[in-house]
Each structure stands twice: as C-alpha cells, then as structure tokens.
Design a protein around this ligand. Structure first.
Ligand SMILES: Cc1ncc(COP(=O)(O)O)c(C=O)c1O
Length: 363
C-alpha cells in the first residue's frame, strides 16, 4: 500500500493527479458528443420505441445479456446489427465489442503473433498500445504522421511473419489527421496490414458520416477498422470491421470478445437508432465543419501550452469564463506538448466559438 501512496504523491507533485468530477453547466467544449446525438430528443424517442420492440421480439432476454456472445449472450438482433454496420461502412463483416478500448486490445493482442512486427504511430491511443503490449509481436513506433520514418521502418525491419501498421485517422490528443492515402500506399508497397482506429472520425467525416477512411476511399485497403459508438454516435460500444475471416478469427481468439458479457439489447438498440439517424445529420455536420478553428478541420483542436501547471491554470480560467475545456497534461502527452484540447460540436454556436477563441488568445 505504501508503494501506491508514494506513486499517487508523485502524481500530485508533478501536477497530473487524476480525480473524478461531476458534470456541470458549462458550455461543452470537452465531450466527444460531436454531433450532439447523445442529447438528441430524436435519438431518445427512437431508442425507447426500438428497445421496446426488441424486447418483445426477444422475450427470453432480460435487461442484461446474461453471458458472452459465445454462450448465452448472442441474439439475432446483434448479428443483424453487425451485418448492417458492416454494410454501412463498406466492409465484409464486423464483430461487436463492449467498447473501443476492448476492441483495440482484443484485435491487436490476438492478430499479431511472436513472429510478427507492428509499426505504430507514436501518438496512437492507449488502447492500441495496450493491445500491442499484450501481443507477443515486436513493435516499433514511427514519428507522428511521418511517412519517411514509417517507410524507413518498413524497409529496414524484416519479419518472418506478418507486418501491421497501426494508426488513428483523427488523433485523439491533438485532432491531427492521418495521411491515410499515403500510409495505405506504403502498406501496399511493403506488404503490411493496415489497422485504422476511426474513433474520432465516424459521424464527423465522409459521405453520410461514414468516416475518414470512406471519404478517402481506402476501406478496401484495410486489414481492420475500429469504429466506436461512444463518441459522435452518442451511444456506447464498438465494432471491429474487416473480412469474414477476421471476424471468425476474433470470435475464436480475441479474449476481450470471448471472456466478457455481451452488449445488452438496450446498448444494441441505441447503436441501431444512432446509425439510422446519422445519414440525416448533414446540416449538423456542415455546421460543425464551419466552426473550423485552424486551417484544416478537425473536431479536436489543440492549443499548445507547455507545462502541466500552466495548462491547468489556463483551463481553470476558461472554466471561470463559462467554458468546459480540458487540459492535456504529461504523461498523457510528452512533456512540453501539454495543451488545451478543444472539442467542437454541432450544438456549439459560432458566437460561442468566437468568444472562446478570444479568451484563449488573451491567455
Ligand atoms: C482513438 C481512440 N480509440 C479508442 C478509444 C476507446 O473507445 P471507448 O471509449 O469506446 O472505449 C478512444 C476513447 O478514448 C479513443 O480516443
């Protein structure tokens, strides 16, 4: 216990001690609810109707799913949803996971084996990193979005098995966009499998909100895509999209799909309804894009303010001004890369954005 207390003290001293907070009535520039779907009256209404219908169609199911998908937790509802989502995202198949964290961990820890090699962007999400660590593969980071560095890695690191490249299409820390076409071309050139986490892109980019891989027309070049429902979809859960063989493989080898309780019907019906509404949100998507802050649109805008203490002080100031903006502190980001992370939403007004910008400029 003394060891744990010492670790916590160390965190407090360097200014990155984490604590739970209650939601408050500030203007939301922090959540991942990019389209406002989680608060949407239409989604709530459709969900209640759909959930009741789903319960009637599955009278043997209760509120809980009662077991893993491979035991008592499966339903034809879940299977149909997987087919619908795979079709929408233009993949052959998909396997639902409880959340994006479990999807990345399950996918990476199971597909990459001893003899394989994983190349990953230095800024990928903790869930991909944890999945890579759990796999037995050798792994090599490449500088963030650096095509030359990735190509050097691909050229120089030999492997007896498969090679994987792991990236996010929209990076969760600073909102930077991945050069998807170029990376997918490198993967083809060097025979590597590309895995893209679309957590912050689905709903926000692409035709009908299909995401950035669809916008760039590279879905057919991917080994797997991870799509999460807790962000722009306003729901909860995730799906790994890919080939039928990949789905079958994950169902047999991905521990976070096998050894866990399946998503219950109320989660599945929220996801189904959110996807039914998603294509109709063109106005919301175009308003969101019009709130563009920097030259290239991203739903996440990062303003670099080096130093944990300094960036936390700036976030406190913005709170006093009525804005919910969260600081990104080290070690979540590298020391010196600390920043304010501004998330834009379809429900934010241009006036709110202008006022926030003015406050940030005055810092
Ligand atoms: C890029 C990325 N991938 C995966 C996840 C995990 O998704 P979930 O919140 O559904 O577990 C997150 C969420 O923080 C994320 O930002």
């Amino acid at each position: 216990m003394e060891g744990l207390i010492q670790q916590l003290k160390k965190r407090k001293n360097v200014g990155n001690y984490r604590q739970l907070k209650h939601a408050h009535s500030l203007i939301d520039f922090a959540s991942n609810d990019y389209l406002g779907l989680s608060r949407s009256a239409q989604l709530k209404k459709q969900f209640f109707y759909e959930f009741e219908k789903a319960m009637q169609e599955n009278p043997d199911k209760g509120i809980g799913s009662t077991g893993s998908r491979l035991l008592t937790g499966n339903t034809s509802y879940a299977e149909r949803l997987e087919e619908q989502l795979a079709h929408f995202h233009e993949f052959e198949a998909g396997l639902l996971f409880s959340c994006g964290y479990m999807a990345n961990v399950g996918l990476l820890s199971s597909v990459a084996k001893n003899e394989d090699v994983i190349f990953f962007d230095a800024r990928i999400h903790a869930s991909m990193r944890d999945g890579i660590r759990l796999s037995r593969a050798r792994s090599f980071p490449f500088y963030h979005n650096d095509l030359d560095h990735l190509e050097t890695r691909l050229r120089n690191v030999v492997s007896l098995g498969s090679r994987f490249v792991c990236i996010e299409s929209v990076y969760s820390t600073d909102g930077s966009l991945s050069p998807l076409e170029e990376i997918s071309s490198l993967c083809i050139k060097y025979g590597a499998h590309l895995i893209v986490d679309e957590a912050h892109a689905v709903g926000v980019f692409g035709p009908l909100g299909k995401g950035l891989t669809a916008e760039k027309k590279i879905t057919n070049r991917l080994f797997a895509q991870v799509t999460t429902f807790g962000k722009a979809l306003g729901a909860y859960g995730a799906i790994v999209l890919g080939s039928k063989v990949l789905k079958d493989y994950l169902l047999n080898f991905a521990h976070s799909a096998i050894y866990t309780t399946a998503l219950p019907l109320h989660c599945l019906s929220t996801i189904k309804c959110a996807y039914e509404i998603l294509p109709s949100l063109e106005k919301e998507r175009s308003h969101l894009h019009s709130l563009k802050w920097q030259t290239v649109f991203s739903p996440i805008q990062a303003i670099k303010i080096p130093g944990n203490a300094k960036v936390q002080e700036c976030a406190r100031f913005l709170t006093e001004e009525g804005f919910d903006v969260r600081p990104l502190v080290s070690p979540t980001v590298k020391r010196g890369e600390e920043s304010l992370r501004v998330c834009l939403h379809a429900f934010n007004t241009m006036q709110q954005v202008r006022r926030l910008k003015k406050c940030i400029d005055s810092l």
